[in-house]
Design a protein around this ligand. Structure first.
Ligand SMILES: NC(=O)c1ccc[n+]([C@@H]2O[C@H](COP(=O)([O-])OP(=O)(O)OC[C@H]3O[C@@H](n4cnc5c(N)ncnc54)[C@H](O)[C@@H]3O)[C@@H](O)[C@H]2O)c1
Length: 266
């Protein structure tokens, strides 16, 4: 029970395949108390209420691009849990350009702004509103989920690559600020391709998933394994880890080529 006594907010659980769903189940098993949040539209379509019942967690709707809705989320969460929080999971991403299959050379710039707002700036908003409203306990830990396309080009990932670069930068900048403020920590986890609603929205995803599996000496990291890493980062076992982008990818990001891939070409 390494999260016993910890309180948090978990965003982005849509259905059982969501990474955030697994994080919520794991946090519950480890003794944490938390609220769940998702965009009101996703709450109607998804199964988040089922998860809420299972984890004894209140579900609070919030579009995380809205400062007002984040304020409301914190107000309700703090009153429900009777005090400030120790952890936040940002597990939110969406690109209208990817969804509507716009090519990278023909981006719709209004949609690009939406991609950045939903997938990256929303993390800044969560942290800024948290700071202004004194929501975070000392040594709190905030984690957002990223992808290696922030460092290296994966053509199918389109403008989500820009969003992930921005997300990782926000984690560093806000990590510094909150560290100075009250020893709070901010990190991103750069996760393997994972079969979820957001993941499988990317064209050619299954082929890429198989490729990454063969490239990584340990194979792709699963959503359950990602949840374990999040739990470790929320716990006091990781107190001095902050401002990092932490690869959780079975070794993919450090591998030039694997023997399995060479075999496929022979
Ligand atoms: N699946 C992968 O291959 C993979 C790999 C690396 C990183 N990630 C990242 O993990 C995170 C979670 O994605 P997932 O794969 O579990 O997919 P998912 O589709 O289950 O989760 C994405 C969530 O974002 C929510 N969301 C979208 N717009 C929102 C808004 N305006 N306000 C609040 N919530 C909003 C959706 O409702 C959904 O619950 C994302 O940041 C994603 O980029 C995924």
């Amino acid at each position: 029970m390494i999260l016993k006594g910890k309180k948090g907010i978990i965003s982005g659980a849509l259905d059982e395949s969501s990474i955030a769903w697994k994080v919520a189940e794991g946090c519950h098993e480890q003794g944490a108390e938390f609220t769940l949040t998702n965009a009101p539209m996703a709450m109607r379509m998804g199964k988040i209420n089922e998860l809420g019942e299972k984890c004894n967690a209140e579900v609070i709707g919030a579009d995380l691009t809205s400062v007002d809705e984040i304020e409301n989320l914190y107000k309700k969460s703090l009153s429900k849990m009777n005090g400030r929080i120790d952890f936040i999971l940002h597990s939110v991403g969406m690109s209208p350009n990817v969804r509507k299959k716009k090519k990278y050379g023909d981006l719709n710039y209004d949609w690009l702004n939406k991609t950045l707002d939903v997938s990256a700036i929303s993390f800044h908003k969560m942290l800024q509103v948290a700071e202004k409203n004194n929501v975070l306990n000392e040594w709190s830990s905030s984690v957002a989920l990223s992808y290696v396309a922030a460092q290296r080009t994966f053509p199918f990932y389109s403008d989500m690559a820009e969003a992930k670069s921005l997300l990782e930068s926000i984690a560093r900048s806000y990590g510094y600020r909150l560290g100075k403020l009250n020893n709070s920590r901010v990190n991103t986890i750069s996760q393997s391709p994972t079969i979820t609603t957001a993941g499988s929205g990317i064209s050619g995803f299954q082929a890429f998933f198989n490729y990454a599996e063969k490239m990584s000496p340990l194979g792709n990291a699963t959503a359950d394994e990602c949840a374990n890493y999040c739990i470790f980062l929320f716990s006091d076992m990781s107190k001095k880890i902050t401002m990092q982008n932490l690869f959780h990818d079975g070794g993919f990001s450090s591998t030039g080529i694997s023997e399995d891939i060479i075999e496929d070409f022979n």
